[in-house]
Design a protein around this ligand. Structure first.
Ligand code: ATP
Ligand code: MG
Length: 566
């Protein structure tokens, strides 16, 4: 697969799905648009589902139509109400409003059963006693298959057996109901596909009422039809199922929606498959479904992603008929753009180095004005306390700085953001470890507010700081990609995608120092920590000790510089 970069961001042109819809409206096949998002409640939603939601909901909005939320719950052994609740919350969070049109395939079990009896009576379905293995063998190969020995049962016999399947007379797996289509059809999905299987399992909604359950292909198109869906949009792997989708609604003789397939979303450094996400959770490679490294919607929400950024991302990548992998930087850029406009600025030091200001009175404090968001004048200003002992970022000081290092070194001067010019006059080093333990220096009182002094001098760097006496101690969690390689499936033979897990995907900073205003924040609040990135307060915070997740770094200026040089 190639990495797919859309040619033009925010491409305004019509996508292929809209072209199909326009043609359908023009031809009169449909007079309106109604879409649905059909999750199976067997896991949490991920970024791929967000693409599907944005597409389905977006089309309904664009055409003044309706959007349904339908739980495709035909598989009782893997489904649960826990997932139903989580999915509802995620869809709502993304901003897709189903306006009460919440449906369940299981609501249609009675109707689906009635239609199955009708197909049996018309000779279009039969009860088969072959096992799964035998069925596969009978299905044959490209040259053709052979008919099931039970294919010619009479409608009366089939009806009797099917009713007894429903009544619970037979064990799991002993019989199936199959559509009678064509044992030699070039499309294997039409070689007498299974419609119902026996499964004595408790269903999260229908309880123990049923011990036969419809297969996806039999249930899906009929559910669409019942709800009056016009365009049933699904991912490409269902293209080959489309003739079957059409066959069922035509055989039953009900309203026929149009199925349209698009390429699923794949992202670099990420896996987007429920099966794998379940494995990551169950095997404890992550802390849970909402681990901020997970591509689940609850994970990215906890990480600090906004619904607006996800919608923007989905709009930009568009829809296509060709599978590819989208570069994850597209997602991160959409997020930065959104947070840059919204996130208040704050000062925080992740790796504190103590600074003593020798010409500032011990015990004195003053309040300085700081801009909350230069991108948003209405965000106003706030006060930040300044005193004679500060913390700065450890890597903002070098004992022997190179010429183009515009931060601190012995004798060098920088601007302390919103405060004063500061010149370093000395430092202390731990004699054993060689670590710098403290730096000393003086401020220029004429530069209050970080303003240039009357006699201008060159100060290239501005660094952030926090007053030691006022700082709030915090834990900060820094995240990197969950996988080491752009395509996690790129592994040597005999290994799985798990061998590409990035062991450094989480770094915990235990002793970060935050400006005091950050103490009174709430879970979910997002800030730009100046020069460091965007951070979101985590629900693991306690009143004494906030925990912040790094949502995303600031644009990688170093990488940009390298590009410019090249
Ligand atoms: P998975 O492959 O992760 O198990 P799924 O298709 O089984 O996903 P469903 O709950 O059946 O999960 O999906 C609901 C809808 O979301 C379907 O219409 C499906 O086509 C769509 N969808 C799932 N994954 C993606 C993806 N990566 N990109 C776009 N749409 C997706
Ligand atoms: Mg599915």
């Amino acid at each position: 697969m190639n990495t797919n970069k859309p040619p033009v961001p925010d491409a305004p042109s019509k996508n292929f799905v809209e072209e199909i819809i326009d043609a359908d409206l023009a031809s009169g096949r449909f007079t309106h648009v109604q879409t649905r998002f059909p999750p199976e409640p067997n896991g949490y939603l991920h970024l791929g589902h967000a693409k599907s939601i944005c597409l389905n909901y977006g089309l309904a909005m664009k055409y003044g139509g309706k959007f349904n939320l339908r739980f495709d719950d035909t598989n009782p052994t893997t489904e649960d109400t826990e997932y139903v609740d989580a999915i509802r919350e995620d869809v709502r969070w993304l901003g897709a409003d189903w306006e009460g049109r919440e449906f369940y395939a299981s609501d249609y079990f009675d109707q689906l059963y009635t239609w199955a009896e009708k197909l049996i009576q018309e000779g279009k379905a039969f009860v088969c006693d072959l096992t799964n293995e035998q069925m596969a063998e009978y299905r044959g190969d490209i040259k053709g298959g052979k008919p099931s020995p039970f294919r010619d049962r009479t409608p009366e016999e089939n009806l009797d057996l099917f009713r007894r399947m429903k009544a619970g007379e037979f064990p799991d797996g002993s019989r199936t109901l199959r559509a009678k289509i064509d044992v030699n059809h070039p499309n294997f999905h039409l070689r007498d596909p299974v419609m119902y299987r026996i499964l004595h399992a408790h269903h999260h909604r229908t309880g123990d009422k049923w011990c036969i359950y419809p297969m996806y292909d039999y249930a899906h198109g009929e559910s669409d039809s019942i709800e009056g869906i016009t365009h049933s949009i699904c991912t490409l792997e269902f293209e080959i199922h489309r003739p079957l989708y059409d066959w069922y609604v035509q055989a039953i003789g009900i309203y026929q929606p149009r199925q349209i397939e698009f390429a699923r979303l794949n992202l670099t450094y990420t896996v987007l498959s429920k099966r794998r996400l379940i494995q990551l959770v169950n095997e404890k490679h992550v802390s849970g479904w909402d681990d901020p490294r997970m591509p689940t919607l609850c994970g990215v929400r906890r990480r600090g992603y906004t619904p607006e950024s996800l919608r923007k991302f989905c709009e930009r990548i568009g829809v296509s008929k060709f599978n590819g992998i989208i570069d994850v930087t597209w997602l991160e850029d959409a997020l930065r753009e959104d947070l840059n406009k919204k996130a208040p600025r704050a000062m925080a030091v992740l790796h504190p180095l103590k600074v003593v200001i020798e010409n500032y009175p011990d015990g004195q404090t003053e309040e300085l004005d700081a801009v909350n968001n230069p991108e948003d004048p209405t965000a106003g200003t706030r006060k930040i306390p300044f005193s004679n002992v500060l913390y700065i970022e450890r890597d903002d000081f070098l004992e022997n700085p190179p010429k183009d290092f515009f931060r601190l070194g012995p004798g060098r001067e920088v601007r302390l953001r919103y405060a004063y010019f500061f010149q370093c006059t000395g430092f202390t080093k731990d004699p054993i470890s060689g670590e710098i333990t403290e730096i000393r220096g003086t401020i220029d009182p004429d530069t209050r507010g970080g303003n240039d002094p009357p006699v201008k001098r060159k100060v290239k760097g501005t660094i952030h700081w926090v007053s030691a006496a006022h700082a709030v101690d915090a834990e900060v969690r820094l995240y990197d990609h969950l996988f080491n390689t752009p395509d996690p499936d790129d592994v040597p033979e005999g290994q799985t995608y798990l061998s590409n897990l990035n062991p450094l995907s989480l770094t915990i900073v235990e002793q970060a120092k935050l400006e005091p205003a950050l103490a009174s924040t709430q879970g979910g609040d997002t800030f730009q920590f100046e020069r460091l990135g965007y951070f979101c307060r985590d629900r693991d915070s306690t009143p004494e000790r906030p925990v912040f997740n790094r949502t995303v770094t600031l644009r990688d200026t170093w990488a940009k510089m390298q590009k410019k040089k090249a």
